[in-house]
Design a protein. Structure first.
Length: 64
């Protein structure tokens, strides 16, 4: 059963990385944030990364 969970987690990690890659290469920052905003995962660390990216963009937008 552990192997199945490991495989499931790895597939989920790959899915999230693919979405992050799409966001990184988006033509507009707003589009990147939109992609990240629609990406969620039950995996804690990748979700924290997404939240940090969205939050950092929000903080930059509020200071300019």
């Amino acid at each position: 059963m552990q192997n199945c969970e490991k495989v499931t987690n790895r597939v989920e990690e790959c899915r999230v990385v693919k979405e992050q890659k799409k966001a990184r290469f988006a033509s507009l920052a707003e589009k990147a944030i939109q992609i990240l905003s629609h990406t969620s995962t039950p995996l804690q660390s990748p979700q924290e990364d997404i939240d940090l990216l969205i939050g950092s963009r929000d903080r930059i937008a509020n200071t300019t």
